[in-house]
Design a protein around this ligand. Structure first.
Ligand SMILES: [Zn+2]
Length: 449
């Protein structure tokens, strides 16, 4: 999650209706008090500029929602004191229980969020049903010694792909534990590719001419921790590293080794944006690093997060554009901009350079582009607001959010052979023709599930 822009009228509507209908306890039962009581309040902090927002992040706070005049942070009441001492206008309000609840316990609900075990089972099931194009692979081990799984999808064997120099593309979800929609979208995308292979001409062509890797859960320890009993999330963001001071967790999306610790992250272990003790100190970020390093043909990468409805591209660590001050290739900037704009036409998300929100160093995409020149994007998926589902939206949203992002994901796949050709070649008709399945994100943003 990086940030958000909320329609003021919608906000008013949702707040007033929530006040009327919700008389729930204000925050989840702690369970494990040391680790899950870290969020009891939402802090509103007045801030209008990227510089002000970056100062807030530098104080160690993860900005969970952003509006034109304020940001919102999930934390404790005393966080407001910290922010006031730093000169900000900050107000703490008790958090609402629905912000912590994975609402899939409703028996009648056909749609539901997927557990770690279920994700692994479903990936294996794809490989069992379609062994000629799907292979389950191990990305590596985690802090708690889990095995991180991903699928390789291609019509070509590894040897054939190597000989044909097929482009490699990597889709990832769930760097951050509580961002459950970021698991559902890549999981459904894997199924979409596999089940339409041999049926849909464009899917077949792309699966035959690309090597596709999909890892729905980069942070399985965090996901398993946040998914407790499938009912109440713990609002957990980081991995499950036991830090030296007894707190838990490193922010994996501040732990990558490019311009690590240059702003927008914290050296305090209890912080939600804790960078870790060193670049790539965490096995989960090492897993991604080692895999990407092993794939010299990788051209394109997408890291899925929630929430805010944004398409982000480097840099996050600097306000410089790609190519300024000798960092990156200036010719790549219009490619990133064009790709982000093109994808935004389908999901209606806002395309922008990551640091336009606030500075964040050590993230996946800065490293992938800065180190390898990979065209690397972050999506902040739906919804737009904590008042509209936040990290725990209704499972009724899973399918519409996937549908809204299918064309953007297919677009990346299409152009992964040579992203620079987006500047000279139009997207093929299967992307530009009227959507058979696409649902604009905006079409459900004013509906309360
Ligand atoms: Zn995130």
């Amino acid at each position: 999650m990086k940030s958000i822009t909320l329609k003021p009228a919608l906000l008013g509507l949702i707040i007033s209706s929530s006040v009327a209908s919700v008389a729930a306890p204000v925050f989840p039962s702690p369970g494990n008090s040391r680790t899950s009581s870290h969020v009891t309040h939402v802090i509103e902090v007045k801030a209008k500029t990227a510089a002000e927002r970056s100062r807030i992040v530098d104080l160690g706070f993860a900005i969970d929602e952003l509006r034109s005049d304020a940001v919102y942070i999930f934390g404790k009441a005393r966080d407001a004191d910290t922010l006031r001492r730093a000169g900000f206008r900050a107000t703490a309000t008790p958090a609402k229980s629905e912000w912590f609840t994975i609402p899939q316990a409703v028996e009648a609900m056909a749609a539901r969020f997927t557990s770690l075990t279920e994700v692994e089972t479903q990936l294996q099931d794809l490989a069992t049903r379609f062994p000629n194009i799907v292979e389950v692979q191990t990305l590596g081990r985690t802090n708690e010694n889990r095995v991180t799984k991903m699928v390789r999808i291609s019509g070509k064997s590894p040897a054939q792909a190597e000989a044909a120099k097929l482009p490699v593309i990597f889709y990832m979800g769930c760097h951050h534990a509580r961002e459950h929609l970021s698991v559902e979208v890549p999981l459904r995308f894997a199924k979409h590719l596999v089940e339409n292979y041999g049926r849909d001409a464009d899917v077949t062509r792309l699966v035959d001419s690309r090597e596709i890797y999909i890892a729905p859960i980069i942070n399985p320890d965090g996901h398993a921790y946040d998914y407790t009993n499938g009912i109440r999330g713990r609002m957990w963001r980081k991995n499950r590293r036991r830090n030296n001071d007894g707190t838990y967790g490193v922010d994996l999306n501040r732990n990558y080794g490019y311009q690590w610790n240059t702003g927008g992250s914290s050296s305090t272990p209890s912080s939600d944006v804790y960078m870790g003790t060193a670049p790539f100190s965490e096995p989960e970020s090492q897993n991604v690093r080692d895999f990407v390093n092993s794939q010299p043909r990788m051209t394109t990468l997408l890291s899925l997060h929630t929430f805010s409805e944004l398409i982000l591209y480097p840099w996050g660590w600097s306000n410089d554009s790609i190519g300024q001050n000798g960092r990156g290739n200036p010719a790549d900037l219009p490619v990133f901009e064009k790709m982000a704009r093109d994808m935004a036409q389908w999901n209606k998300y806002k395309p922008q350079q990551s640091s336009d929100l606030y500075i964040a160093s050590g993230d996946t995409t800065d490293w992938a582009y800065g180190e390898h020149g990979i065209f690397a994007f972050t999506f902040e998926l739906s919804p737009t607001s904590m008042w509209d589902g936040g990290f725990y939206p209704s499972p009724a949203r899973i399918e519409p959010v996937f549908e809204a992002n299918l064309k953007p994901l297919m677009y990346l796949l299409e152009f992964s052979d040579n992203p620079r050709r987006v500047l000279t070649q139009r997207a093929p008709s299967f992307l530009t023709s009227p959507a058979k399945r696409g649902v604009a994100a905006a079409s459900f943003s004013d509906v309360q599930f």
